[in-house]
Design a protein around this ligand. Structure first.
Ligand SMILES: CC(=O)SCCNC(=O)CCNC(=O)[C@H](O)C(C)(C)COP(=O)(O)OP(=O)(O)OC[C@H]1O[C@@H](n2cnc3c(N)ncnc32)[C@H](O)[C@@H]1OP(=O)(O)O
Length: 143
């Protein structure tokens, strides 16, 4: 692959410590109300948090816990859900990742529909916590 194409591909990816996913809500992802099933929403948020944390740590990461999740608006089938995740705290081996999801549809204004805070831990080849070497952020943003 040529260098120019590689440069273009790199510029199209999310910055380190962030991720963005876009999903079309399909009937197979819905509950009996015709809106996104909570378990599917959690899975998508977990995926976005994982990708943001791994891109910062440059190592494999696992989820240690979920600090909080809120579903603030139902997401009907046919809507587009855009999830944005960003690392808000870097510890020794752990990271806090915030995720926010917005809905869009042709006749509806964009609306925040879900959000969550996830604790991710960088691991070595044996699955044990390992230090994150990053200058991304060395302070906690918790109030
Ligand atoms: C991508 C996926 O699908 S992951 C699959 C689901 N997740 C898993 O299977 C993970 C299973 N759990 C584990 O493997 C372990 O409990 C680990 C790796 C998360 C932590 O291992 P421990 O031996 O408990 O780690 P230890 O107590 O040394 O803590 C390591 C770091 O993780 C943090 N941590 C550990 N557990 C948690 C938790 N539940 N919530 C928040 N932070 C945590 C610690 O605060 C510490 O942070 P620091 O290094 O920045 O100071």
């Amino acid at each position: 692959m040529g260098r120019r194409i590689l440069r273009k591909l790199r510029s199209m990816t999310s910055p380190q410590g962030t991720s963005e996913l876009q999903e079309l809500v399909l009937p197979v992802m819905a509950n009996h109300h015709g809106t996104l099933f909570a378990g599917q929403g959690l899975q998508l948020m977990a995926k976005a948090a994982f990708l943001a944390a791994r891109s910062l740590a440059h190592r494999e990461v696992v989820m240690g816990g979920v600090t909080g999740v809120e579903f603030t608006a139902p997401i009907p089938v046919g809507y587009t859900l855009t999830l944005r995740a960003w690392v808000s705290r870097v510890g020794c081996s752990s990271m806090t990742v915030c995720v926010s999801g917005y809905t869009e549809a042709p006749a509806a204004p964009p609306e925040e529909a879900l959000k969550g805070v996830f604790e991710m831990v960088a691991i070595d080849g044996k699955g044990r916590p390992t230090a994150i070497e990053s200058n991304y952020m060395k302070q906690e943003f918790r109030s």
